[in-house]
Design a protein around this ligand. Structure first.
Ligand code: NAD
Ligand code: UDP
Length: 336
């Protein structure tokens, strides 16, 4: 079976390509390297010892996507390509709406013309907005998101629902990721954002490798057991495997629209993350406590039961694995 992976050289896409290849799928990647590097394709090949077909270019280009579908019998699409930086989306909303929406609409339109209707979309827990309880369940309505990035995810979910309503031969899966961290055990793939990172783990990694001086823990006065924010962190390899389960499920249960949370179901505080990182990697992190970051919610985590029941998927890796594998990637990429 041949799968088109958009954004396949990015953080989650590259890990998913590895799992797809390991399971015997054929993989076609399209990426414009707006947030990834060309050498990732070689790393995927090195890890799997399998070949991939690669197209460099923009998913917003009708011509390119048509060309890919004309040259390959694509059985399904996993759509990772998109911009994802919350802060940047506030400063450049048009760029975010244009890239994230246009790429998706273009892709869906070409898929429709080629009668390829299996589509898996990278959504996010951000679509829940602020709920009345911290445990997010798929049956909850989408609520107002706090930034343009989040709104692109919510809008795309709506577009996909409308598409399915118009033609229920589509087979659409919305995967709502919680907080992906960690790296492939080889240390070859990982999350390496350009510039100063905003997310917790990439920031911890820069401090642990002495590229940044200190981590600031944003807020210590939340109503949580240790006062720091709680999130549901998920190892990227577990997350990648979730896509394979979703693909298998979609092929076995066609003509539907499914929504799944991909998270561990367990909340971890920033303090626990920092303490565990120090312990498993046997180092001291330079950190201080600072003000709360605007827009942060005190606590949320996934209700992961639906994915377990219907996809037979659950996370297997531990917080220790996330910290160890992330650090392994950081030292490995620093020494490259
Ligand atoms: P990433 O930036 O590492 O990967 C995205 C890839 O898409 C990059 O390689 C980039 O070059 C490519 N890309 C972007 N726009 C493109 C375009 N128009 N044409 C071709 N390629 C394009 O991000 P990631 O962390 O791997 O995230 C993958 C997806 O998952 C994104 O849609 C993101 O919004 C979503 N997501 C990520 C997180 C997270 O915390 N990492 C959480 C929830 C959802
Ligand atoms: N965080 C922090 N210091 C940082 C970056 C993040 O204390 O330098 C905290 C942030 O306040 C949040 C958690 O770490 O509680 C996860 O933040 P991240 O940006 O990684 O993901 P989010 O859940 O906000 O999407």
């Amino acid at each position: 079976m041949k799968i088109l992976v958009t954004g396949g050289t990015g953080y989650i896409g590259s890990h998913t390509c590895v799992e797809l290849l390991n399971e015997g799928y054929e993989v076609v990647i399209v990426d414009n390297f707006s947030n990834s590097k060309p050498e990732v394709t070689e790393k995927i090949k090195k890890i799997t010892n399998k070949d991939i077909k690669f197209y460099k270019g923009d998913v917003c280009s009708r011509e390119l996507i048509e060309k890919i579908f004309n040259e390959n019998e694509i059985d399904g699409v996993i759509h990772f390509a998109g911009y994802k930086a919350v802060g940047e989306s506030v400063k450049k909303p048009l760029m975010y709406y244009q890239n994230n929406l246009e790429s998706t609409i273009n892709l869906l339109d070409v898929m429709q013309n080629h009668n390829c209707k299996t589509f898996i979309f990278s959504s996010s827990a951000t679509v829940y907005g602020i709920q009345d309880t911290p445990k997010y369940v798929e049956t909850m309505e989408r609520r107002k998101q706090s930034n343009p990035y989040g709104r692109t995810k919510s809008m795309i979910e709506q577009i996909l629902e409308d598409l399915y309503t118009s033609d229920n031969s589509w087979n659409i899966t919305l995967l709502r990721y919680f907080n992906p961290v960690g790296s492939h055990e080889s240390g070859l793939l990982g999350d390496d954002p350009s510039g100063i990172p905003n997310n917790l783990m990439p920031y911890i990694l820069r401090v642990s490798t002495h590229q940044l001086e200190k981590l600031t823990i944003f807020g210590r006065d939340y109503e949580t057991p240790d006062g720091t924010c709680i999130r549901d962190y998920i190892h990227v390899v577990d997350l990648a495997k979730g896509h394979l389960k979703a693909l298998k499920h979609a092929k076995e249960n066609p003509s539907n629209l499914y929504i799944y949370n991909l998270g561990s179901g367990k909340g971890i505080s920033v303090q626990e993350m920092v303490d565990t990182f120090e312990k498993v990697n046997n180092l001291k992190l330079n950190y201080v406590y600072g003000e709360r970051r605007a827009g942060d919610l005190p606590e949320y985590y996934a209700d992961a039961n639906k994915a377990l029941k219907e996809l037979n998927w659950k996370t297997e890796k531990t917080l220790e694995d996330m910290c160890k594998d992330s650090y392994n990637f950081a030292i490995n990429s620093k020494s490259e």
